[in-house]
Design a protein around this ligand. Structure first.
Ligand code: PEP
Ligand code: MG
Length: 589
């Protein structure tokens, strides 16, 4: 049994399909026959030539757009690409281990990256990210050599990978995937969020998964307990068949809630909205009877293309989504680039600490060629539908003011062209960094509404990378520091008379519902697959009890104490549904 973290609940059984993650797509890893060895060698030279040509182009582009010293990063990567000892090790692995080129590149570059990561010298440690970058580029070149955007995933396969970046996940044939297992990432990684929105079980942080699991192995993925069984015996399989049936029926048990409102035991009705990542998710939001879309992440449209989507391409899907949800509220968020959301066609200067590099609205304000077409598309949709615009990663007042100024410019342009729009379209700020949370009241004077993004807020407050499995134990949404900050945002929004929603993943966990209501939140936006469980939790909450729960939690000293408190308050029947109670005497996970 391999252990990791369950990042998308549910269980699945199936056949493993092991892939390595490139920039734009994943490449399959498999064993090869002796007769294939020479062919694999030749493919390596082709991929290196292609990757080198890309690096030369990037080096020239970055030199022109950003500066000579940043461009040198790509010069250093070219040296890595042509390193003789690396090449020898890749070719030797193919010959000796009889694995395909993709598997060999992935393994050898990974070993190099790790040895540099462990170096005492800071300069050498930095080289680790360059080597990893080169690895992804070679893997992407191999995918392109094969002439397709992504691997052909057999129906019902369980995808096992070193990591899955959002752009790679988006390109997989997702309807063929029964579950995901990854070495890197944690619950708040974007691919985990995507897995949850698809309702696909996933376990992340499984050390060495892509070496320990081979394509064709039979595996069971338990996204509730965070474990993976490789070629399990039949008694384990039977146990999981039973659990899968239980989980299916618990979802069915909640189906009657679809048409009921999200009203607390003491009669307060709260809006329960959906988070969506792409147009097709609006269908799920609609089916679950969401009160609207509280967060439409627009990154997907950008990650599945190899160039920026045009205004028209964006408008087409946004207009259809708004049409589907009409007359309900719909919040479009401007594309949130930077941090871990990187587009292969939009290279950003390499950073030692991408989460702290330029991202979100600050990045967009410096790239009006990206910001303006999207704003035009949003505003055109606003002509007929009640949409709002949400600014990602707002840090301070200037971000909101400058964004508003650009909105006004775009509105003037549309007016001059005779194109209709809503001149009073609400503009809101994401509260996902500590400065914005502390300034919520002031920000709320310039923003029409606020939306709490706890996924990023937690990482910045607790100094724990949301994407990194090694910091997962420190990433604690229930930490009292996070709760206190949420409470102060609630007070700030209230005193400024502005609406405040919460759209971070924290809102989608029914374990947190009473606590969040007790802290004063009155509008929740969650993934469609989580709506019924959250609605169920709202309907079991009495606001006075929730306030008392929040008061007690705010005085506790650690996340584990808060967790124990909320667990204690949770009805026993709910604990069973979530699959966290030991069954039949229990097992160790
Ligand atoms: C958040 O940070 O909580 C959020 C909703 O944004 P994302 O997960 O897209 O970064
Ligand atoms: Mg965020």
């Amino acid at each position: 049994m391999l252990k990791g973290t369950g990042v998308s609940a549910g269980v699945a059984q199936g056949t493993a399909f092991v892939v390595a993650c490139g920039y734009r797509s994943a490449v399959p890893q498999r064993n090869i026959r002796a007769s294939e060895v020479n062919g694999e060698r030749a493919r390596f030279d082709g991929a290196v030539a292609r990757a080198d040509a890309e690096l030369v182009k990037l080096q020239n582009d970055v030199r022109e757009r950003i500066g000579a010293s940043q461009a040198e990063i790509f010069g250093a990567q070219r040296l890595v690409l042509k390193d003789r000892s690396l090449r020898d090790r890749v070719l030797r692995a193919i010959e000796e281990k009889r694995v395909n080129l993709e598997a060999s590149v992935s393994e050898v570059f990974d070993q190099y990256t790790r040895s540099f990561e462990g170096a005492a010298d800071g300069y050498l440690r930095e080289r680790a990210s360059d080597i990893n970058d080169v690895r992804r580029r070679v893997l992407s070149a191999l995918a392109e050599q094969a002439g397709r955007a992504g691997p052909k995933i057999p129906d019902g396969a369980i995808v096992v990978s070193d990591e899955l970046s959002p752009s790679v996940t988006a390109r997989l044939e997702l309807d063929h995937v029964r579950a995901f297992v990854t070495e890197r990432g944690n619950k708040f990684s974007h691919s985990s969020i995507l897995a949850r929105s698809l309702g696909t079980p996933a376990v992340a942080g499984v050390a060495g998964a892509s070496a320990k699991i081979k394509t064709g192995d039979r595996i069971i993925v338990d996204g509730v307990a965070g474990v993976v069984f490789v070629n399990p015996d039949s008694s384990i399989e039977r146990e999981y068949d039973r659990l899968a049936a239980d989980l299916r029926s618990s979802k069915e048990e909640l189906q009657h809630l679809v048409d009921l409102s999200s009203v607390t035991l003491d009669g307060t009705t709260l809006p329960l909205l959906a988070n969506v990542n792409k147009f097709s998710d609006t269908e799920a939001a609609f089916l679950y009877n969401a009160d609207g879309i509280g967060l439409y992440r627009t990154e997907f449209t950008f990650t599945i293309r190899s160039a920026f989507p045009t205004e028209e391409e964006q408008y087409e899907f946004l207009e259809r989504a708004a049409e589907r949800m009409h007359p309900r509220k719909l919040v479009f968020r401007l594309v949130d680039l930077g941090g871990d959301k990187i587009l292969p066609y939009f290279p950003l200067p390499p950073s030692r600490n991408p989460s702290l590099a330029e991202r979100g609205i600050r990045l967009l304000l410096r790239h009006l060629e990206v910001l303006k077409p999207q704003l035009r598309a949003f505003l055109r949709v606003s002509a007929r539908h009640p949409i709002s615009i949400l600014l990602p990663v707002v840090v301070g007042l200037e971000d909101v003011r400058q964004a508003r100024q650009i909105v006004r410019q775009v509105q003037d342009e549309l007016s001059a062209e005779g194109k209709p729009f809503n001149p009073a379209v609400p503009i809101g700020a994401m509260i996902e960094v500590p400065s914005a949370a502390l300034m919520a009241r002031t920000l709320a004077k310039d923003a029409d509404f606020l939306s709490l993004g706890t996924n990023d807020l937690v990482q910045y407050v607790l100094a724990a990378d949301r994407e990194d499995e090694s910091t997962a134990p420190y990433y604690q949404p229930l930490h009292p520091a996070v709760l206190r900050l949420i409470q102060s945002v609630v007070e700030g929004a209230r005193s400024a008379g502005r609406e405040l929603a919460i759209c971070g993943e924290m809102a989608g966990d029914p374990l947190h519902t009473a606590l969040l209501l007790g802290l004063g939140l009155r509008e929740l936006s969650v993934a469609p697959g989580q709506m019924l469980e959250v609605k169920n939790a709202i309907r079991r909450t009495r606001l006075e009890d929730a306030r008392q729960l929040a008061r007690t939690a705010l005085d506790l000293g650690s996340a584990s104490e808060v967790e124990a408190l909320v667990n204690e308050q949770r009805p026993k029947t709910d604990r069973r549904r979530r699959g966290s109670e030991p069954r039949n005497g229990g097992s160790d996970e």
